[in-house]
Ligand binder design. Structure first.
Ligand code: SF4
Ligand code: SF4
Length: 426
């Protein structure tokens, strides 16, 4: 964290109406301006780090809506996250953090094995029983919330079934790398399968290096900068071995983290080149809007788009997904009020800060319902999990989809849907 970033805040307050935690509390300590002031006081030696201070800072969702609103480019969310990393660096990781962030997250095969009991829990019908009998109330609160977020898992993680090289369909126009996020592979495999199909149908040869590891976003959430740097170093070296036009991801959280590898590894020149090549799938598809337009078939649906914080605020991507949705003939695209406001997911924020997360989520759900849309479309796994759960409980008629699932459905309208193709290929 640079001290000068703290000085850039001129205390104008323009960020306040955009900060989800301020909107719910109207407290200065829960605002970007207040958080920057608190960190500055610590840096100036006027305030000691204590539990109360950490509580104020931990309430920040790191949604970075403040960055989009600030005329001085102050990123209060990132300042808070980096401050917490510095503090964690002094005390070290707890046993549990060490176990999850260093022993589990960096090892895709261990993550995959950890999902087997969950798959059995669903396959044997135990989950249905637990939910129908209301037994979740008897779980410890954090575990109960985690269980509640768990959607239907795919039969296999996509990492196991996706080819390392997917050939281009038709004339080859270039080669791209695909960064397959852990949650996308383990939970939203249909969406990532659709992503690779879309790239291939546009003439890209798609390389998905099987050895790739987590992007490191969970480490950043756990204030574990060292763990993040180790993962970043590995991924940079791996992808540098290929000649790639872009490194594409369909996970907003991964994209935001991968684009910061140059910042996290300032001494590693290859990290900057890696980050410069990273693109969200919507950025690549939007480059081929004319080509796509000729391929997409009509879908008669009412949809609305939720801007994930990691995509809109952290990566500045806004018009591309909207352009893509408007390419689908027959689609009734309705703009969502406060479309770029956080949904309250925040990685593990919805588990760690359930009360604030629920308040922020309720506001998002009310706005979604006001559009009258039948489909909520977004492109970040955290938002997909959070909104799938909330809408299935309150308004099951509203389905939640990843952008590439909808585009792929339109591309293949009249053919077998992606879900069926994936089951037979898996
Ligand atoms: S963070 Fe930016 S918008 Fe907020 S008070 Fe400071 S200068 Fe103003
Ligand atoms: S990152 Fe989000 S929650 Fe945190 S201060 Fe900025 S706007 Fe508020």
């Amino acid at each position: 964290m640079e001290y000068v970033d703290l000085l850039n805040c001129m205390r104008c307050g323009m960020c306040l109406p955009h900060c989800p935690t301020y909107k719910e509390t109207f407290l200065e300590t829960a605002s970007p301006r207040g958080r920057v002031a608190l960190v500055r006081k610590v840096q100036d030696g006027e305030l000691e780090v204590n539990e109360q201070l950490l509580e104020y800072l931990t309430l920040c969702l790191d949604c970075q809506a403040c960055l989009s609103a600030c005329p001085c480019g102050v990123n209060a969310g990132e300042l808070v996250a980096e401050f917490k990393c510095e503090e964690k660096g002094k005390g070290g990781l707890s046993f549990m953090e060490e176990l999850v962030l260093r022993k589990l997250v960096p090892h895709p095969e261990r993550l995959e094995r950890a999902m087997i009991p969950l798959r059995l829990y669903q396959k044997t019908g135990l989950q249905k029983l637990v939910r129908s009998l209301g037994l979740l109330k008897m779980f410890p609160p954090a575990l109960g919330r985690m269980e509640g977020l768990l959607p239907r898992l795919p039969a296999k993680p996509l990492r196991k079934t996706l080819l390392e090289v997917t050939p281009a369909k038709g004339e080859e126009k270039g080669t791209v790398g695909f960064f397959l996020g852990c949650v996308m592979s383990l939970i939203f495999s249909e969406a990532s399968h659709a992503t690779v199909e879309l790239l291939s149908s546009l003439g890209y040869r798609v390389i998905t290096p099987k050895a790739q590891k987590c992007c490191g976003a969970p480490n950043m959430l756990g204030s574990d900068l060292k763990g993040l740097q180790e993962l970043a170093t590995f991924n940079v070296e791996l992808f540098s071995g290929y000649d790639l036009e872009f490194i594409v991801t369909d996970c907003g959280g991964c994209g935001a983290e991968l684009k910061k590898y140059g910042h996290h590894l300032p001494e590693n020149g290859a990290a900057g080149s890696f980050s410069n090549k990273v693109r969200d799938i919507s950025e690549v598809l939007a480059l081929h809007a004319d080509d796509l337009k000729g391929k997409l078939k009509p879908l008669s649906r009412r949809v609305t788009w939720h801007d994930s914080c990691h995509i809109a605020h952290a990566q500045g991507i806004r018009w591309q997904p909207r352009t893509l949705l408007n390419l689908i003939p027959g689609l009734d695209v309705r703009e969502l009020n406060e479309a770029d406001a956080c949904c309250g997911s925040g990685g593990t924020y919805n588990i760690a800060q359930p009360e604030m997360s629920d308040l922020v989520l309720q506001r998002k759900v009310n706005n979604i319902l006001a559009t009258g849309a039948e489909y909520l479309v977004t492109a970040n796994p955290g938002c997909l999990l959070q909104l799938k759960k909330a809408l299935s409980e309150t308004t099951p008629r509203v389905k939640v989809l990843h952008l590439t699932e909808l585009l792929s459905e339109s591309l293949a309208a009249g053919l077998r849907p992606v879900s069926l193709r994936l089951k037979t290929e898996g």
